[in-house]
Write a protein that binds this ligand. Structure first.
Ligand SMILES: [Zn+2]
Length: 130
């Protein structure tokens, strides 16, 4: 688990901007940058924040069943985020205008489009089920 959920979340945006570096490197950059001014305990705990105990609930002694339920609830994907991601992905692919002069390129694109259609349909179905 990342030590700071907020920086982990922000590292995703940076990675989207600059995919040359992997997400873990962006995350480590963020941790270094905010070393003198760390994120609040609430930001660090993110979806694992426990309002009652004012800390990451994974650090609180609670019974294992309750802990497991809370972890699962915290990790359940956010439906709106998934749909936004799927829409953005589609838009990005439409904007690519690849060079399709060779037959091989055409075949690769055709296969890729079919694979992407299947993934998109699956994402939308799963997001609706949430
Ligand atoms: Zn942070």
């Amino acid at each position: 688990m990342p030590s700071c959920e907020k920086c982990w979340e922000d590292s995703y945006a940076r990675w989207r901007e600059n995919p040359e570096k992997d997400r873990m490197e962006h995350y480590n950059d963020l941790l270094r940058e905010c070393a003198g001014n760390p994120c609040s305990p609430e930001e660090q705990a993110g979806q694992f924040w426990d309002e009652e105990n004012r800390c990451d609930f994974r650090l609180v002694k609670i019974n294992p069943t309750e802990r497991k339920e809370r972890e699962e609830a915290a990790l359940t994907p956010d439906r709106d985020k998934i749909l936004t991601w799927a829409k953005e992905l589609n838009q990005r692919l439409l904007d690519m205008h690849p060079d399709l002069s060779s037959d091989e390129a055409k075949r690769i694109m055709f296969d890729a489009e079919k694979a992407i259609d299947r993934v998109m349909a699956l994402v939308v179905i799963q997001a609706k089920e949430l």
